[in-house]
Design a protein around this ligand. Sequence first.
Ligand code: NAD
Length: 375
Amino acid sequence: MSYPMPEAPLGVALIGTGFMGKCHAMAWRNVATVFGGAHPRLEVLADATPESAARHAAQFGFARSSTDWQAAVADAAVDVVSITTPNGMHRPMAEAALKAGKHVWLEKPMALTLGDATAMAALAAGHPGQVTILGYNYTRSPAYQAARALIGEGALGAPLAFRGVYDEDYSADPLIPWSWRLTHAGGGLGALGDLGCHLVAQMLGLMGPVAEVTAMTQIAVPERPSPEGPKPVENEDSALALIRFASGAQGSFATSRVARGRKCRLQWEVHCTGGTLVFDQENMNELWVHRAGEAGFTRHLSGPEQPDFAAFCPAPGHNFGFNEQKVIEARDLCAAIAGGPAAAPGFAAGLEIERIIHAMAASQGKSIAIGGGHD
Ligand SMILES: NC(=O)c1ccc[n+]([C@@H]2O[C@H](COP(=O)([O-])OP(=O)(O)OC[C@H]3O[C@@H](n4cnc5c(N)ncnc54)[C@H](O)[C@@H]3O)[C@@H](O)[C@H]2O)c1
């Protein structure tokens, strides 16, 4: 696939400077170095306090800083807005950016509720000249792309089953303080919105649309300490689901933020009629492939024969990393703006991910039809 890059610099506004803010900033600073095109103009950085905004603008290389995100998205020098704030701010910030005529790079999950995500997708559909892309960075890794290509080419026959897990342990200690992530108003869904959505994004690319889900969720730690005393945890710490795909294939799905020892265990396997694929994000440069008739699995190491690896490094075995996925995400956004392949997932495809995770949260043992259709 060819990815045209912008010939004129894109003006960028970045909102938020935490984990993802820095990750977007690195991607904006590296995208033209790695993939060509005009280097973006880092125009304005907005953060919650003037001190943090000014310090991070200097550190990340942005020309100006602000605490006024509304002014940043409306800024005439800005073409694209990177939104890396807590989940509850995604809808107002993304909608303001779209209404101001900007392209939008929004972190996952898309929104707090399915209603919010539906409204955002409708607004984006009304602005067809503006590109939207969501932060599903794990779909950019060369190993995942290789798995997708093998399935797409039919090299392993037809997919029969998906077994997927995304576990972390960032909330495993019950003394970890209460935060916005644990509320409906600040976080929306829990493990499903934070982790499960990434697994759904990969699953859809490997298996195609979901027809039906049945799920159960659990709050393992009902309250957590805060300076004002214990506060309730409102959203799920973990979820388990069974899935029927539109193809007729079946799936199992699990996610947890309280899985002791698991750091970024985004792990799945796909059983096909002619073989099996196995992947684990903690070893993200490896795809394990079994073909019918072989005794076991062969390790396929990501390497420079894959264009998105070669863009960073010409040497095999010199591994690709988490932040590089984000540079590819920025490339996909820039290429779409420059008239190349549509950025994915945009808000329309992102809404399908939201439909699935919200159905899982609502299911509590009942089957819910999804009837999905996006790639
Ligand atoms: N794609 C991924 O792999 C991934 C990983 C982690 C987080 N995320 C997502 O990224 C988002 C942010 O998560 P994080 O871990 O970076 O959070 P964080 O707490 O580290 O950063 C949030 C940032 O938003 C800023 N902010 C808050 N209110 C603001 C306001 N009114 N105006 C401007 N800035 C404001 C904060 O100051 C902070 O800089 C979440 O939606 C999360 O789900 C995605």
